[in-house]
Design a protein around this ligand. Structure first.
Ligand code: INI
Length: 159
């Protein structure tokens, strides 16, 4: 329907933005699939490999502090954080996943830059595998799309 109101929404035109992709090593067999998906999506939307930097950290819990550091840099426009927190039988899951999500959200709000939450939080390894490039898609690719869209939205709001 044609409306008269001004609307702002992200587009996926030529992308000049620079991306930091943060990658947790924990559950690396799964997280590498997310990284492949994220880089593939950025590349296919015209992002040059020169404008992508990958930073590896021990686990999902470490993602926020590194996100804060890279988001503060003038040569980074958006952050994509990738990890996999799998429940298993311990309450550790709730602390790691909860602090990771809360920390990344704080970084986005404090920096004003997009911070994509590409951290799988699943009950089982099978569920994580399904979301890392097999039958339930690829969360890394999805979050790269979100980052592209958010760069575009935030840039338009700067104008
Ligand atoms: N880190 C993860 O990325 N995924 C997990 O599933 C996980 N579990 O289950 O413990 C995990 N723990 C490590 C954590 O991220 C920190 O690296 C560690 O606690 C040191 O600070």
């Amino acid at each position: 329907m044609k409306r008269m109101v001004r609307e702002i929404e992200g587009n996926f035109g030529p992308v000049t933005a620079r991306f930091a992709i943060l990658v947790a090593r924990f559950n690396s067999a799964i997280v590498e699939g997310l990284l492949d998906g994220a880089i593939d999506t950025l590349r296919r939307h015209g992002v040059s490999e020169d404008n992508i930097v990958v930073v590896r950290v021990p686990g999902a819990y470490e993602l926020p502090v590194v996100a804060k550091k890279v988001a503060a840099r003038d040569d980074i426009d958006a952050v994509i954080a990738l990890g996999a927190v799998i429940r298993g039988a311990t309450p550790h899951f709730d602390f790691v996943a909860g602090q990771c999500a809360a920390g990344l959200s704080t970084v986005a709000l404090d920096s004003g830059k997009p911070v994509g939450f590409g951290v799988l939080t699943t009950d089982t390894i099978e569920q994580a595998v399904e979301r890392a490039g097999t039958k339930a898609g690829n969360k890394g690719a999805d979050v790269a799309m979100t980052a592209l869209e958010m760069v575009s939205v935030l840039r338009q709001l700067d104008d």
